[in-house]
Design a protein around this ligand. Structure first.
Ligand SMILES: Nc1ncnc2c1ncn2[C@@H]1O[C@H](COP(=O)(O)OP(=O)(O)OP(=O)(O)O)[C@@H](O)[C@H]1O
Ligand SMILES: [Mg+2]
Length: 241
Protein backbone atom coordinates (compact mmCIF):
# COMPACT_ATOMS: atom_id res chain seq x y z
CA UNK A 1 0.00 0.00 0.00
CA UNK A 2 1.74 3.14 -1.13
CA UNK A 3 -1.02 5.75 -1.24
CA UNK A 4 -1.55 8.44 -3.78
CA UNK A 5 0.59 11.20 -2.44
CA UNK A 6 2.23 11.89 -5.75
CA UNK A 7 -0.82 14.05 -6.38
CA UNK A 8 -0.40 17.10 -4.15
CA UNK A 9 -4.12 17.81 -4.47
CA UNK A 10 -5.01 14.64 -2.54
CA UNK A 11 -5.63 15.68 1.06
CA UNK A 12 -3.69 13.73 3.66
CA UNK A 13 -6.84 13.49 5.80
CA UNK A 14 -10.43 13.92 4.62
CA UNK A 15 -13.23 13.34 7.15
CA UNK A 16 -16.90 13.74 6.28
CA UNK A 17 -19.82 13.53 8.69
CA UNK A 18 -17.73 11.55 11.18
CA UNK A 19 -19.47 10.46 14.35
CA UNK A 20 -18.20 8.29 17.18
CA UNK A 21 -20.64 6.95 19.71
CA UNK A 22 -19.97 4.89 22.79
CA UNK A 23 -22.41 2.83 24.82
CA UNK A 24 -24.35 4.89 27.36
CA UNK A 25 -25.33 7.51 24.80
CA UNK A 26 -21.86 9.12 24.70
CA UNK A 27 -21.33 11.02 21.47
CA UNK A 28 -17.60 11.64 21.41
CA UNK A 29 -17.88 13.03 17.86
CA UNK A 30 -21.17 14.35 16.58
CA UNK A 31 -20.57 14.94 12.86
CA UNK A 32 -17.11 16.23 11.96
CA UNK A 33 -15.92 17.44 8.56
CA UNK A 34 -12.18 18.05 8.47
CA UNK A 35 -9.74 18.22 5.59
CA UNK A 36 -6.01 18.40 6.17
CA UNK A 37 -3.95 19.24 3.11
CA UNK A 38 -0.35 18.26 2.54
CA UNK A 39 2.22 20.25 4.52
CA UNK A 40 -0.29 21.79 6.89
CA UNK A 41 0.60 22.39 10.54
CA UNK A 42 -2.50 22.70 12.68
CA UNK A 43 -3.56 22.78 16.30
CA UNK A 44 -6.62 20.97 17.61
CA UNK A 45 -7.92 22.72 20.71
CA UNK A 46 -10.93 22.37 22.98
CA UNK A 47 -12.02 21.57 26.53
CA UNK A 48 -11.38 18.24 28.22
CA UNK A 49 -13.80 15.59 26.95
CA UNK A 50 -14.63 17.54 23.77
CA UNK A 51 -13.46 14.73 21.48
CA UNK A 52 -9.93 15.78 20.51
CA UNK A 53 -8.22 12.44 21.18
CA UNK A 54 -11.12 10.58 19.59
CA UNK A 55 -10.71 12.72 16.48
CA UNK A 56 -6.96 12.09 16.41
CA UNK A 57 -7.44 8.34 16.79
CA UNK A 58 -9.92 8.27 13.92
CA UNK A 59 -7.75 10.48 11.68
CA UNK A 60 -4.86 8.16 12.56
CA UNK A 61 -6.91 5.02 11.69
CA UNK A 62 -6.38 3.65 15.20
CA UNK A 63 -10.16 3.63 15.49
CA UNK A 64 -13.07 3.51 13.04
CA UNK A 65 -15.99 5.96 13.13
CA UNK A 66 -19.57 4.94 13.96
CA UNK A 67 -20.71 6.78 10.82
CA UNK A 68 -19.20 9.01 8.17
CA UNK A 69 -16.22 8.58 5.85
CA UNK A 70 -12.51 8.76 6.50
CA UNK A 71 -9.99 8.99 3.67
CA UNK A 72 -6.26 8.92 4.34
CA UNK A 73 -3.98 9.86 1.46
CA UNK A 74 -6.88 9.15 -0.89
CA UNK A 75 -7.74 5.73 0.61
CA UNK A 76 -11.27 5.29 1.94
CA UNK A 77 -10.60 3.40 5.15
CA UNK A 78 -14.12 1.99 5.26
CA UNK A 79 -13.19 -0.28 2.36
CA UNK A 80 -9.98 -1.58 3.96
CA UNK A 81 -9.53 -4.64 6.14
CA UNK A 82 -7.77 -4.27 9.49
CA UNK A 83 -4.62 -5.69 7.96
CA UNK A 84 -4.71 -3.21 5.07
CA UNK A 85 -5.38 -0.44 7.54
CA UNK A 86 -2.28 -1.37 9.58
CA UNK A 87 -0.22 -1.29 6.41
CA UNK A 88 -1.64 2.12 5.49
CA UNK A 89 -0.96 3.43 8.99
CA UNK A 90 2.56 2.13 9.09
CA UNK A 91 3.34 3.64 5.66
CA UNK A 92 1.77 7.05 6.22
CA UNK A 93 1.27 8.00 9.86
CA UNK A 94 3.48 8.69 12.88
CA UNK A 95 2.14 9.22 16.42
CA UNK A 96 3.46 11.23 19.34
CA UNK A 97 1.79 10.94 22.75
CA UNK A 98 1.97 12.97 25.95
CA UNK A 99 3.42 10.04 27.91
CA UNK A 100 6.09 9.18 25.28
CA UNK A 101 5.31 5.41 25.27
CA UNK A 102 8.96 4.36 24.99
CA UNK A 103 10.08 0.78 25.70
CA UNK A 104 11.70 1.13 29.17
CA UNK A 105 14.73 -1.18 28.92
CA UNK A 106 15.60 -0.39 25.30
CA UNK A 107 18.13 2.16 24.05
CA UNK A 108 17.06 5.31 22.24
CA UNK A 109 18.20 3.72 18.97
CA UNK A 110 16.20 0.53 19.60
CA UNK A 111 13.15 2.59 20.52
CA UNK A 112 13.35 4.52 17.26
CA UNK A 113 13.93 1.30 15.29
CA UNK A 114 10.70 0.00 16.82
CA UNK A 115 8.85 2.60 14.75
CA UNK A 116 10.15 0.88 11.61
CA UNK A 117 9.22 -2.64 12.71
CA UNK A 118 6.52 -3.13 10.06
CA UNK A 119 8.32 -1.18 7.35
CA UNK A 120 9.71 -4.23 5.59
CA UNK A 121 13.18 -2.64 5.67
CA UNK A 122 16.30 -4.66 6.50
CA UNK A 123 17.75 -4.47 10.01
CA UNK A 124 20.74 -2.49 8.74
CA UNK A 125 18.51 -0.02 6.92
CA UNK A 126 16.24 0.40 9.97
CA UNK A 127 19.30 1.01 12.10
CA UNK A 128 20.60 3.65 9.71
CA UNK A 129 17.25 5.42 9.40
CA UNK A 130 16.77 5.35 13.17
CA UNK A 131 20.22 6.85 13.73
CA UNK A 132 19.43 9.57 11.18
CA UNK A 133 16.11 10.34 12.89
CA UNK A 134 17.90 10.71 16.24
CA UNK A 135 20.37 13.09 14.58
CA UNK A 136 17.45 15.07 13.22
CA UNK A 137 15.99 15.62 16.69
CA UNK A 138 19.40 16.56 18.10
CA UNK A 139 20.05 13.31 19.96
CA UNK A 140 22.83 11.84 17.85
CA UNK A 141 24.94 11.64 21.03
CA UNK A 142 22.31 9.76 23.06
CA UNK A 143 21.65 6.68 20.91
CA UNK A 144 22.71 4.18 23.57
CA UNK A 145 20.89 5.88 26.46
CA UNK A 146 17.84 4.12 27.85
CA UNK A 147 14.69 6.10 28.70
CA UNK A 148 15.55 6.36 32.44
CA UNK A 149 18.86 7.96 31.44
CA UNK A 150 17.13 10.71 29.44
CA UNK A 151 15.35 13.91 30.49
CA UNK A 152 11.63 14.31 29.79
CA UNK A 153 12.30 16.56 26.80
CA UNK A 154 14.86 14.10 25.44
CA UNK A 155 12.40 11.22 25.86
CA UNK A 156 9.84 13.14 23.84
CA UNK A 157 12.45 13.83 21.18
CA UNK A 158 13.18 10.08 20.99
CA UNK A 159 9.42 9.52 20.57
CA UNK A 160 9.37 12.12 17.81
CA UNK A 161 12.35 10.46 16.13
CA UNK A 162 10.44 7.16 16.30
CA UNK A 163 7.39 8.82 14.74
CA UNK A 164 9.35 10.41 11.88
CA UNK A 165 11.90 7.66 11.17
CA UNK A 166 9.71 6.13 8.47
CA UNK A 167 9.14 9.56 6.90
CA UNK A 168 5.37 9.45 7.36
CA UNK A 169 3.12 11.84 5.43
CA UNK A 170 1.21 12.67 8.57
CA UNK A 171 2.34 13.25 12.15
CA UNK A 172 -0.35 13.21 14.83
CA UNK A 173 0.56 14.48 18.28
CA UNK A 174 -1.69 14.30 21.36
CA UNK A 175 -0.49 16.85 23.94
CA UNK A 176 3.20 16.31 23.06
CA UNK A 177 4.32 18.98 25.52
CA UNK A 178 1.85 18.07 28.28
CA UNK A 179 4.43 16.30 30.42
CA UNK A 180 7.27 18.76 29.80
CA UNK A 181 8.55 21.94 31.46
CA UNK A 182 8.19 25.06 29.35
CA UNK A 183 11.75 25.07 27.95
CA UNK A 184 11.58 21.41 26.84
CA UNK A 185 8.07 22.05 25.51
CA UNK A 186 9.33 24.95 23.44
CA UNK A 187 12.12 22.81 21.99
CA UNK A 188 9.57 20.17 20.99
CA UNK A 189 7.34 22.78 19.33
CA UNK A 190 10.33 24.20 17.49
CA UNK A 191 11.16 20.70 16.28
CA UNK A 192 7.60 20.23 15.01
CA UNK A 193 7.91 23.52 13.11
CA UNK A 194 11.21 22.34 11.57
CA UNK A 195 9.72 19.00 10.53
CA UNK A 196 6.78 20.85 8.97
CA UNK A 197 9.18 23.16 7.11
CA UNK A 198 10.87 20.01 5.78
CA UNK A 199 7.55 18.79 4.39
CA UNK A 200 5.69 16.91 7.14
CA UNK A 201 1.95 17.41 7.65
CA UNK A 202 1.34 17.77 11.39
CA UNK A 203 -1.74 17.95 13.62
CA UNK A 204 -1.12 18.75 17.29
CA UNK A 205 -3.66 18.53 20.09
CA UNK A 206 -2.73 21.09 22.71
CA UNK A 207 -4.18 22.75 25.79
CA UNK A 208 -1.46 25.36 25.54
CA UNK A 209 -2.86 28.56 24.06
CA UNK A 210 0.61 29.92 23.31
CA UNK A 211 1.48 26.87 21.23
CA UNK A 212 -1.85 26.89 19.39
CA UNK A 213 -1.66 30.57 18.61
CA UNK A 214 1.64 30.36 16.74
CA UNK A 215 0.47 27.53 14.49
CA UNK A 216 -0.90 28.49 11.06
CA UNK A 217 -4.29 26.82 11.61
CA UNK A 218 -6.42 26.25 14.70
CA UNK A 219 -9.33 23.85 14.75
CA UNK A 220 -11.60 24.30 17.78
CA UNK A 221 -13.71 21.40 18.97
CA UNK A 222 -16.48 21.35 21.54
CA UNK A 223 -18.97 18.60 22.40
CA UNK A 224 -17.77 16.53 19.45
CA UNK A 225 -18.24 19.28 16.87
CA UNK A 226 -15.86 21.67 15.13
CA UNK A 227 -16.93 25.11 16.28
CA UNK A 228 -14.21 27.16 14.62
CA UNK A 229 -11.50 26.58 12.00
CA UNK A 230 -9.10 29.52 11.81
CA UNK A 231 -6.16 30.30 9.58
CA UNK A 232 -5.12 33.69 10.96
CA UNK A 233 -2.09 34.18 8.71
CA UNK A 234 -4.01 33.22 5.57
CA UNK A 235 -6.65 35.78 6.58
CA UNK A 236 -3.93 38.39 7.09
CA UNK A 237 -2.38 37.68 3.69
CA UNK A 238 -5.83 37.74 2.07
CA UNK A 239 -6.64 41.00 3.85
CA UNK A 240 -3.44 42.63 2.62
CA UNK A 241 -4.12 41.86 -1.06
N1 LIG B 1 -13.46 4.14 24.93
C1 LIG B 1 -14.41 4.99 25.36
N2 LIG B 1 -15.58 4.52 25.85
C2 LIG B 1 -16.55 5.35 26.27
N3 LIG B 1 -16.47 6.70 26.21
C3 LIG B 1 -15.33 7.22 25.72
C4 LIG B 1 -14.24 6.41 25.28
N4 LIG B 1 -13.25 7.21 24.83
C5 LIG B 1 -13.68 8.47 25.02
N5 LIG B 1 -14.92 8.48 25.55
C6 LIG B 1 -15.73 9.69 25.86
O1 LIG B 1 -15.76 10.49 24.70
C7 LIG B 1 -15.62 11.86 25.01
C8 LIG B 1 -14.44 12.47 24.27
O2 LIG B 1 -13.25 11.91 24.77
P1 LIG B 1 -11.80 12.35 24.27
O3 LIG B 1 -10.81 11.45 24.91
O4 LIG B 1 -11.81 12.40 22.79
O5 LIG B 1 -11.70 13.84 24.86
P2 LIG B 1 -10.48 14.87 24.79
O6 LIG B 1 -10.99 16.10 24.10
O7 LIG B 1 -9.28 14.23 24.22
O8 LIG B 1 -10.25 15.24 26.32
P3 LIG B 1 -8.88 15.55 27.15
O9 LIG B 1 -8.51 16.96 26.81
O10 LIG B 1 -9.30 15.40 28.56
O11 LIG B 1 -7.86 14.54 26.73
C9 LIG B 1 -15.50 11.94 26.52
O12 LIG B 1 -16.76 12.25 27.05
C10 LIG B 1 -15.08 10.53 26.93
O13 LIG B 1 -15.57 10.21 28.20
MG1 LIG C 1 -7.41 13.68 25.01
Amino acid sequence: MTGDLTDPATPVVDLHGVTKEYPGDVKALAGVDLTIERRELLAIVGPSGSGKSTLLHIAGTLDRPTAGTVAIAGHDIGSLSDRELSALRSAHIGFIFQAFHLVPGATALANVMEGLRYSGLSHARRRRQAAEALERVGLGDRTTHRPHELSGGQKQRVAIARAVAGQPDLLLADEPTGALDSASGEAVVELLHDLNAQGATIAVITHDREIAEVLPRQVHIRDGLITEDRRPQAAMVGGAV
